[in-house]
Design a protein around this ligand. Structure first.
Ligand code: FA5
Length: 341
């Protein structure tokens, strides 16, 4: 009997249990009702009375070892098995369609605008978003302390009143005129900043597209024709434009640019507040003082400039009723433009 007990004990120790199947084989061989450990208990009845106690203890010891070995192996095997299941990749499974990002509506509209102007000979120029007073105001004929500066509430960088975040892309006009000789025909898209209360129609960060054409004999007719061309290309061929007299220190004469409402086709609706027209920007003939500030002789050259708000144009194009949606990056909003190019 003693030998049998020792033999079973050895077998228990040597049994290899590294898979779920081996664990089950082990359980059947040693612990199940017909297993080797319960069999030892059955054999106990054949042991002479005086040996029973000692043999009983030895068998209980084997049972304890067998159970401990089983519990330990069970933990290890189950952990290994679930890791294998987790790591398993079935190469035959169908592909999960990946999520592809789309372009932001402001970028889509900016690029549409660029394409329209590039086709009629405009090149693209850029300037810094952090500007000095000269390029943002003074060269553009805003005299120091002139109330016109308050038209565009300014963010200053630190305490230096000379360094600002540009309030409009007209600052790029100045940079281009300072560095290039006419003829100049350039478009400057970019981000601008104004210390304004945020509402559904206005933001403190927005985008503009500036246009500038300087040459000999440029007139208001050229300006009007260019804006008309843009409006028809962008909003559709039946679009009309309207230039309302206005004031900008850097253009003379100056005008606000309206397009016929793309929704009601000029009949009057909620979007255009019943007027049939919506404003998209400002424009005018470059003031001779601005040309002189940039070393261009106003007796030889003349030019026009215009500046349009990209957010406002995008809102009209896609019927977006709140400008804040462009900055919130809500995926449900942005997804709607995914198929646009
Ligand atoms: C200007 O910024 C002039 N620099 C435009 C210009 C350029 C006139 C060249 C003449 C010659 P204005 O402040 O009106 O003008 O802004 C132009 C356009 O920017 C507006 O028509 C509007 O479409 C947009 N815009 C202005 N303020 C905001 C704002 N807070 N949020 C969103 N869009 C705005």
């Amino acid at each position: 009997m003693r030998e049998t007990i020792e033999k079973v004990k050895e077998e228990i120790k040597k049994a290899s249990i590294s898979t779920v199947e081996q664990l089950e084989e082990y359980r059947l061989e040693f612990l199940s009702k017909k297993g080797k450990v319960p069999a030892l208990f059955l054999d106990l009845k054949n042991v002479p009375g005086e040996m029973k106690k000692e043999m009983g203890q030895a068998i209980n010891e084997v049972k304890k070892i067998a159970q401990e070995r089983f519990d330990l192996a069970k933990g290890e095997v189950q952990e290994k098995d679930s890791k294998e299941k987790r790591d398993f990749v079935d190469p035959g499974l169908p592909n999960i369609p990946g999520k592809v990002g789309g372009r932001h509506p402001i970028s889509i509209v900016r690029d549409k605008m660029i394409k329209i102007f590039e086709r009629i000979g405009f090149n693209i120029s850029h300037g810094p978003e952090i500007e000095d007073d000269w390029h943002n105001f003074t060269a553009l004929n805003f005299p120091p302390d002139h109330p016109a500066r308050e038209m565009q509430d300014t963010f200053f960088i630190g305490r230096d009143p000379d360094i600002t975040l540009r309030t409009h892309t007209s600052s790029v006009q100045v940079r281009v005129m300072e560095s290039e000789k006419p003829p100049i025909r350039t478009l400057s898209p970019g981000r601008v900043f104004r210390n304004e209360a945020i509402s559904a129609r206005a933001h403190c960060i927005f985008h503009q597209v500036e246009g500038l054409y300087i040459n000999k004999g440029v007139s208001f007719v050229d300006l009007k024709q260019t804006l008309y061309h843009f409006a028809r290309e962008f909003f559709g061929e039946n679009t009309k434009i309207r230039l309302r007299p206005s004031f900008f220190p850097f253009t003379e004469p100056s005008a606000e640019l309206d397009v016929s409402c793309p929704f009601c086709k000029g009949k009057g609706c909620k979007i255009c507040k019943g007027t049939g027209w919506v404003e998209i920007g400002g424009a005018g003939m470059v003031d001779p003082r601005v040309l002189r500030n940039c070393n261009i002789d106003p007796d030889v050259y003349s030019g026009y400039a215009f500046g349009m708000g990209i957010e406002r144009i995008t809102m009209l194009k896609y019927q977006v009723n709140d400008i804040r949606l462009f900055f919130e990056n809500d995926i449900r909003f942005l997804k709607q433009f995914q198929r646009e190019l």
